[in-house]
Design a protein around this ligand. Structure first.
Ligand code: ADP
Ligand code: MG
Length: 617
């Protein structure tokens, strides 16, 4: 895995070729154009402060020119006073403008990235489950964070650097041409070599930047997986392998950084050399001009020469950033390509254009010859037909990987069936609006996920408008109220990373409370906590009864009592229903269920029963 990340695959290159940068740029600019009025202010400030920054050089020129013989001393002293006041004033005003302009600029950049992140998050939250099957968490997270940051950097860079570069250039050209046009033309020959140098620099460093990004994302993903999977790593004693894998990624990052440093170190040196040459050239040309024009009305004075030297330096300094701007542009385009890729990924599961809202349902669910595969060529479920009437409970049994969870996922349309159809009260689930469908289904999945928030917030998750009384009522029915009340902060106790850790049984009862509060007609329950202590087992049992009454329920569970009292039991094997019926019917058939029951469930039931008796005495 780590090896492929660093080398752009053929497919990725192909993809990059298909999305032209210009198109991306325009699309990105749509986020920026919204704030055009702020831009106008910002750019005028850049231009104004750019002009103000030339004042000291202009004043130096005036003073030096006034000092050229024949000197008029009272005139010189007047010019000196003016110069001092002008320089002080200009630097004060331009520093204030600079501050305001930077503030405005950051404001826009943050606004752009704020909009972008919001859009991205909205898109992520609507993506199909299959999107998350295909993409790695670290990769998605890095699109929201570092890619968005890169775009933000660019949107501030662009206005700042380009506007100041262009205005600086224009202002200086105007000033220099007004002093001596032909001298200006001669000096311009120094510009092309700098530009060539800079574009070479950006060509060399661009792939390294891209590599750095890939590796950062790889490091992110790697860390996330290792932190999430830390228990597994320990259990299988894979610490050393993981260390090795991480070191390889880290090494790659290190050597890329070194390459970057080498390139960086070489170029400023060349730059300084070009600057030196330019200065020498101006002194040589300017010196000759002073001698040639001496005493003529078109006299080129010392002050003119100094302003040429300063002007050329100020002209060339920003050129050094051209390379950086080009690089930034490329990086930002690559980043926005990754962002737009997420924005554009069409959900596989989405509302049809003519989807109708599902009216309040009674809860009859029918599977009509349903087949499904995550990969359509590898069916996971085959020809499932099943009718569940309003209020019935179906218990689903089968070995790991037989498709139990998958079958549950199809009802709220986490995935769409490959063939056949699923109806609720006669409505094909694909014909109704997703929101109205999922609103009426209570779902508790295998990996119980609780947010790092208070217990109350977690229970209210599916129904934010619920009152505290309703929450308590649900918690009572779920047999978790006593436990919550025993906590010092009660319902306001924070769960998860920043708060308390709950046991499997407690988490499960919280999930049940959450489902009860939502009061759905259809319930989907993928149960993991199969082995808990007797007391908890008993409490979960009671909670489940509260949950199941009056609802159509699909339950994957190991809980004997729930299975026995189910209206229907189905046994899945490699994606097919191999047996179905009530507990008694299936015992009579003496097939797979009967065997499972006798070998696994019955002994456990007896043990449990004995324990309860023993405890009662
Ligand atoms: P069960 O819940 O009975 O253990 P699942 O429904 O989770 O079985 O899985 C059925 C089959 O589908 C397994 O072979 C599993 O590897 C595969 N599968 C499950 N989830 C995915 C997924 N998101 N993408 C691809 N294959 C999956
Ligand atoms: Mg499962």
């Amino acid at each position: 895995m780590t090896e492929t990340i660093l080398v752009p695959t053929a497919a990725k290159k192909e993809e990059a070729r298909k999305t032209p940068k210009k198109h991306l740029f325009l699309r990105l600019m749509r986020y920026v154009v919204k704030y055009w009025y702020v831009f106008v202010v910002s750019i005028s400030m850049i231009v104004a402060s750019g002009y103000l920054r030339t004042i000291p050089s202009q004043m130096t020129r005036l003073v030096l020119n006034a000092l050229t013989p024949p000197v008029n001393l009272s005139n010189v002293s007047n010019i000196l006073t003016t110069a001092v006041i002008a320089i002080l004033g200009a630097s004060m005003i331009s520093s204030i403008m600079n501050f305001v302009q930077r503030y405005i600029q950051t404001y826009i950049a943050q606004k752009v990235v704020y909009d972008l992140r919001n859009n991205l998050f909205n898109a992520l939250i609507q993506k199909s489950f299959s999107f998350y099957d295909r993409n790695r968490v670290g990769d998605i997270v890095s699109r929201l964070t570092s890619d968005a940051d890169r775009v933000q950097m660019m949107s501030s860079m662009w206005v700042n650097e380009i506007a100041s570069l262009v205005s600086q250039f224009a202002i200086w050209i105007v000033i220099l041409v007004s002093i001596n046009p032909s001298m200006t033309m001669l000096c311009m020959v120094c510009i092309p070599p700098i530009l060539v140098l800079m574009s070479r620099y950006s060509k060399l460093s661009a792939p390294i930047f891209e590599g750095q990004r890939r590796i950062m994302s790889a490091i992110n993903t790697f860390l996330q997986q290792n932190i999430i999977g830390t228990r597994i790593v320990r259990i299988f004693r894979q610490e050393d392998t993981e260390k090795g894998r991480f070191m390889r990624i880290n090494d790659e990052f290190f050597s890329l950084q070194l390459r970057m440093v080498k390139i960086r170190a070489k170029y400023p040196g060349l730059n300084t050399m070009i600057m030196g040459l330019t200065t020498a050239l101006i002194y040589w040309l300017g010196g000759r001009l002073i001698i040639q024009t001496h005493g003529t009305p078109m006299e080129f004075k010392w002050g003119d020469l100094t302003i040429f030297v300063q002007g050329m330096m100020s002209l060339m300094a920003p050129l050094r950033f051209v390379g950086m701007i080009v690089n930034n542009y490329n990086e930002a385009m690559a980043a926005s390509a990754r962002i737009f890729e997420v924005l554009d990924a069409e959900p596989d599961v989405k509302d049809k254009p003519d989807a109708v809202p599902l009216p309040p349902i009674k809860g009859e669910v029918v599977f009509e010859n349903v087949s499904f595969g995550y990969d359509p060529n590898k069916p996971v479920l085959k020809n499932i037909s099943l009718t569940v009437k309003q209020g019935e409970t179906v218990a689903i049994l089968g070995p790991t990987g037989s498709g139990k969870s998958t079958l549950l996922y199809l009802i709220p349309r986490f995935y769409d069936v490959t063939s056949g159809r699923i109806t609720i009260d006669g409505y094909d689930v694909r014909d109704v609006q997703l929101k109205s469908l999922r609103e009426q289904i209570g779902i508790a999945l295998q990996d119980i996920f609780l947010f790092s928030a208070t217990i109350k917030e977690n229970i209210k998750y599916g129904r934010p408008d619920a009152t505290d009384d309703m929450v308590i009522e649900a918690a009572k029915m779920a047999q978790i109220h006593d436990f919550i009340s025993s906590l010092p902060e009660g319902y306001n106790t924070v769960i998860g990373e920043r708060g308390i850790t709950l046991s499997g049984g407690q988490k499960q009862r919280l999930t049940i409370a959450r489902a009860l509060l939502k009061d759905p007609r259809i319930l989907i329950f993928d149960d993991t906590t199969s082995f808990v202590d007797t007391e908890t087992e008993h409490r979960i049992q009671q909670a489940m009864e509260a949950l199941l009454t009056g609802r159509t329920a699909f339950i994957v569970t190991q809980r004997v009592s729930t299975i026995k009292s189910a209206s229907k039991i189905i046994v899945l094997q490699t994606g097919e229903i191999v047996e179905s019926g009530t507990h008694e019917e299936l015992l009579d058939q003496n097939g797979i269920y009967a065997t499972i029951y006798k070998t696994q469930f019955m002994p456990r039931e007896e043990i449990l029963a004995r324990r309860v008796e023993g405890g009662a005495k």
